[in-house]
Design a binder for this molecule. Structure first.
Ligand SMILES: [Zn+2]
Length: 254
């Protein structure tokens, strides 16, 4: 796979005049040495390829960091680093293409609620150290779109909706003030989740699915890496019914 059309290219000068030297490669033009993976996203890996493929399969299956490190005899920082490599190179976000209607909502991800017993039963609880994630899903195409929202959620959320969704699409939301004045551009129905259950069930199911996956694999994430993790969870949701073969992802060597 690294030999495209039977030829290996020098990553430094793109020259094809390459010779083998002690299991590595040597460019005749720029005289630099390089390895087999130098043209791909595997270029800095230090694991042997068997262990690497096993770790990739663990990640695709959603195995937790602790499980992967126990089974493959790797340290936890190593597993974290390789999981991040996979997240940055394998996860792809597609364009959002809804049909007829979408359901929108926001959720708070990140750290798990501390002092849960103390706050249990209260109407409000602290969400300062959590990350606000805005999501929308089309019930017909079953495609999820998410975005991490930092400051001023209302303005940002409305801007995202106006950019991503055409005005022919009906938008169902809850009665939060984040969605106020959305009816100026879209056909918009705001109803409480208690009464309009069928207009919010898909997006609520997504939140529950994503939070469960996050808890099982990573337990939590910090605000610094929030958008990476949310992108990964969205990708996992959208491709959850596909058959995932680790070799397919190794072939995408660009
Ligand atoms: Zn060269």
């Amino acid at each position: 796979m690294a030999f495209k059309n039977g030829r290996l290219k020098c990553p430094h000068c793109r020259c094809f005049r390459v010779r083998t030297i002690e299991k590595r490669y040597y460019c005749l033009k720029c005289r630099k040495k390089f390895s087999l993976y130098s043209n791909s996203w595997l270029k800095h890996i230090k694991l042997p390829l068997e262990g690497f493929a096993a770790l990739l399969e663990c990640w695709l299956e959603g195995a937790s960091v602790a499980d992967a490190s126990n089974h493959l005899k790797l340290s936890r920082p190593t597993v974290y680093r390789y999981y991040r490599l996979f997240r940055l190179n394998i996860v792809k976000s597609a364009d959002f293409k809804p049909r007829n209607s979408i359901q929108v909502d926001e959720a708070y991800f990140g750290r798990f609620k501390k002092q849960a017993n103390y706050y249990h039963g209260r109407m409000t609880y602290r969400v300062q150290d959590k990350t606000c994630v805005f999501g929308m899903i089309c019930p017909e195409t079953k495609q999820l779109f998410t975005r991490v929202v930092q400051a001023k959620p209302g303005a940002t959320i409305k801007q995202i909706i106006r950019e991503q969704v055409s005005t022919a699409i009906t938008v169902y939301s809850d009665k939060s003030y984040y969605y106020k004045y959305l009816d100026k551009t879209h056909r918009h129905y705001a109803m409480s989740h208690d009464y309009g259950f069928e207009y919010s069930q898909y997006i609520e199911a997504c939140w529950s699915w994503m939070k469960r996956k996050l808890f099982k694999q990573y337990h939590h994430f910090t605000r610094k890496y929030a958008s990476e993790y949310v992108q990964e969870l969205t990708w996992r949701f959208n491709t959850r019914k596909d058959v995932k073969n680790p070799l397919d992802y190794l072939t995408k060597l660009t």
